[in-house]
Design a protein around this ligand. Structure first.
Ligand code: ARG
Length: 466
């Protein structure tokens, strides 16, 4: 930050006790204005609510309150229009705004900080910011879920191979696979909602850590700022950063989900799989290999997860050794949250775009679903159901059929009846009805199963909740 103010003059906020200003290095390590200026709107909202309450309680005069509110609104428009000069010497957003207020309205500005401290002020500003970010995240997750619901609707019947160990397991539908992500992002969204509930308490009025002797009304400020109620313990209030850590843990879990999706898209879009084709809007070419279409956005989403996890671990580590109440260590909370929030927003937006835009190659998926003996379990189940075999015996018989088909280089459904009967005499030509991939998925009607009828039921469940 270009700030050439004289660093040796003593601070105007606490200059009473200090003979000289900070060393240049002290100023550099101490200042947070470079990043906490992001909190300007929350800081001003908080101060207006606080000043209004002070006047209502008769702690400051209505006249001073009006001057303060007017001055704060002027500062808000100055910052919004880029006409505000931030100063590193004034350390942080709180003191930058208060100093400007003093220039604008004179001595009345000095009354704003009655019955509060920067400790409850920063807790308030940051909570308000995180709350807004959580609300934004909730909306974005709703958009991503909607994109998946549309794709699931479109592909409730499209058969694809289901994998375990990334080996072909059993046929599923692409709709069912999409709905797995709806469940994951649905859980993320409910974590977001819980986090909003957790943080919905107003810190302002906890003051430095012990509360205040002024007759303040914390319920009034809580209400004015849109919180459910005030926090209950002033010590906890100024030393708590759980709301930021909860945001980061939700971001980390959501990021992990996004990264798994990104990984699948990377795999599916290879020529070897060819299950999906990314739109030009979400892929890049190669400067040397003209045939390439690279899933860069998916890869970057996968990578952003690393940053988000880093932020979570950083803040947990910053907080873990701090005695109650506030320590300056806590100033390091903001950059982690800001960075993770930016990464998360980008990642959700990119994945929503990719899911909406990608072309699904259903023919390719279906062909892959039929290979790799994906209906072997259906054959075993048929032997249990129709021939009365215990499942373990049916498994053995099926294993022999798979080995035979593998030796012949054909699929299970292509084995002649005579071959199947040679393995087990009770097999009839009815078995072919269950060996197709369509029959396989249609049969899995258990609640939450992959049958198109079940997938449609789950889509309806989520549509009603999205
Ligand atoms: N800039 C500080 C922070 O981000 C504000 C609170 C400072 N409080 C204090 N007692 N020094 O945490």
């Amino acid at each position: 930050m270009a700030d050439t103010t004289d660093t040796k003059s003593s601070n105007q906020m606490w200059g009473g006790r200090f003979a000289s200003g900070p060393d240049a290095i002290m100023e550099e390590i101490n200042a947070s204005i470079g990043f906490d200026k992001k909190l300007f709107a929350q800081d001003i909202r908080g101060s207006i609510a606080h000043a209004t309450m002070l006047a209502h309680q008769g702690i400051i005069s209505a006249e001073d309150k009006d001057k303060i509110v007017h001055g704060l609104n002027t500062i808000l428009s100055e910052i919004e229009s880029g006409n505000f000069e931030f100063s590193r010497r004034l350390e942080d957003i709180h003191m930058n705004i208060e100093a400007r207020l003093a220039t604008l309205i004179g001595p009345a500005a000095g009354r704003l900080h009655t019955a509060r401290s920067r400790n409850d002020q920063v807790a308030l500003d940051f909570r308000l910011w995180v709350k807004e970010e959580l609300e934004k995240t909730e909306k974005m997750l709703t958009g991503l879920i909607a994109a998946f619901l549309d794709r699931a609707d479109e592909h409730a019947e499209s058969v694809m191979p289901g994998f375990t160990h990334l080996q072909t397991a059993q046929p599923v539908t692409f709709g069912h696979h999409c709905m797995a992500y709806v469940e994951m992002f649905g859980r993320d969204r409910s974590r977001v909602r819980h986090a909003i509930e957790h943080l919905d308490e107003s810190p302002i009025g906890a003051a430095a850590l012990a509360g205040t002797g002024y007759p303040i009304d914390r319920h009034m400020t809580a209400k004015a700022l849109g919180f459910r109620e005030p926090t209950r313990n002033s010590i906890d209030t100024v030393s708590d950063r759980d709301f930021a850590i909860e945001f980061l843990s939700i971001a980390a879990i959501t990021g992990m989900h996004l990264s798994r999706l990104a990984e699948e898209i990377v795999i599916w879009s290879t020529p070897q799989f060819g299950f999906v084709r990314l739109s030009d809007a979400f892929s890049t070419g190669s400067s040397i290999m003209p045939q390439k279409k690279n899933p860069d956005a998916a890869e970057l989403v996968r990578a952003k997860t690393g940053r988000i996890n880093g932020s979570l671990v950083a803040l947990l580590t910053i907080m873990k050794g701090l005695p109650l109440a506030y320590s300056k260590d806590m100033q390091e909370d903001k950059e982690q949250v800001f960075d993770a929030a930016e990464s998360l927003e980008l990642a959700i937006a990119a994945m929503t775009g990719m899911v909406r835009d990608m072309t699904v190659n259903t023919a390719r998926m279906k062909a892959a679903a039929g290979s790799g003996f994906s209906t072997a379990t259906d054959l075993a189940d048929w032997l249990v159901r129709e021939a009365g075999l215990p499942f373990r015996d049916a498994h053995h018989v099926t294993g022999r059929a798979v080995a035979l088909a593998e030796g012949k280089g054909c699929d299970l459904a292509e084995l002649p009846l005579a071959d199947l009967q040679a393995i087990h005499a009770s097999i009839t030509d009815k078995v072919y009805d269950v060996l197709t991939v369509e029959a396989s998925v249609a049969s899995r009607k258990s609640f939450g199963g992959t049958a198109p009828s079940e997938v449609r039921r789950q889509i309806a469940f989520w549509r009603a909740r999205n």
